[in-house]
Design a protein around this ligand. Structure first.
Ligand code: C2E
Ligand code: MG
Ligand code: MG
Ligand code: MG
Length: 280
């Protein structure tokens, strides 16, 4: 396997960059085993209100605790998995872990909504709504504590089907976000018809907004567009205080990024929630 550095300092290998079918098959069969052995784990990253500094939610980000290769990031296995039906049990495992955690936080006095990422493939599945509702019920979590993040490009793949599925999820009370906004090419007319209440501005625009007037202008127009459509706007990849200040100036609602906390085990978020409660 080709080794490479990950942005999080997570140990990684990259079977896809080998471009090798055999290593892909090995990866998939190992993941099947890993799923059965409970090796998928979820890290959580806080979403923070730029005005008050309060944690308004967390995003669940999957990792694979591989017995030999260590903690693997999504980029090391999801692209291969997303091309197969194996993504469905992965989605279900992440939902189960995240909803159990939300329930535990709630029991500890913290009502924290969790966001789970959905791949394009899952969005096209007729059983998606049922699987989500069944899990909410099994974990005793109200639907409004679950948010599903769908990338702009996944929405564009099958717009009519996606709209139907999103409507059914929304009608059931589940919250919806458009992830990586700005990287696809959705028209504003398309957005208007989606029952989505959150837009996440892609990190690639946020990263350089302090030094690039063009990027700042793009972020500003996404914030304004989101607000015009009655949505909350979240900036991804906020790494420093200057960026957070620039985002607050643009009236961006929420920030997510290393400045506020890297993705980590649930206990890290629990500590942040406790500190926030103590400060109030
Ligand atoms: P995403 O949903 O856009 O998640 C944000 C990614 O940006 C995460 O990478 C996070 O660790 C990283 N990030 C957060 N703050 C910063 C920052 O300040 N600077 C930088 N440079 N990066 C930051 P991660 O965890 O490696 O996940 C990558 C992608 O994998 C996610 O992008 C999402 O599309 C996908 N993914 C993660 N978990 C799941 C999952 O359970 N299911 C599915 N279908 N996709 C997932
Ligand atoms: Mg996301
Ligand atoms: Mg994103
Ligand atoms: Mg992104």
């Amino acid at each position: 396997y080709a080794a490479k550095e990950s942005h999080d300092g997570v140990a990684v290998y990259d079977p896809l960059s080998d471009g090798n079918d055999r290593s892909r098959l090995v990866l998939l069969s190992e993941l099947r085993r890993g799923l059965a052995d409970g090796e998928l784990v979820v890290h959580y990253q806080p979403k923070v209100a730029l005005g008050s500094g309060q944690v308004v939610g967390v995003e669940a980000l999957v990792r694979w605790q591989h017995p030999v290769r260590g903690l693997l990031a999504p980029v090391d296995f999801l692209p291969a998995v997303e091309r197969t039906a194996l993504i469905e049990p992965v989605t279900d495992a992440v939902l189960d872990l995240a909803l159990a955690q939300v329930r535990a936080w709630w029991a500890a006095g913290f009502r924290v909504p969790v966001a789970v990422n959905l791949s394009a493939r899952s969005l096209a599945r007729p059983d998606l709504l049922g699987r989500v509702l069944q899990r909410l019920q099994a974990h005793g979590v109200p639907a409004d504590l679950l948010r599903l993040e769908i990338t702009e490009s996944a929405l564009l793949a099958e717009p009519t089907r996606a709209r139907e599925v999103l409507r059914s999820l929304h009608a059931a009370g589940v919250r919806l976000s458009i992830d990586d906004f700005g990287t696809g090419y959705s028209s504003m007319g398309h957005l208007k018809h989606l029952p989505v209440d959150e837009l996440k501005v892609d990190r690639s625009y946020v990263a350089e907004m302090v030094t690039s007037a063009e990027d700042a202008a793009l972020v500003r127009s996404v914030v304004d567009l989101g607000h015009e459509l009655g949505m909350t706007v979240v900036a991804e990849g906020v790494e420093d205080a200057a960026t957070a200040a620039a985002l607050a100036d643009l009236r961006c609602d929420v920030g997510q990024g290393w400045l506020f906390g890297r993705p980590g085990p649930a206990v890290d978020v629990t500590a942040v929630l406790r500190a926030g409660a103590a400060a109030r």
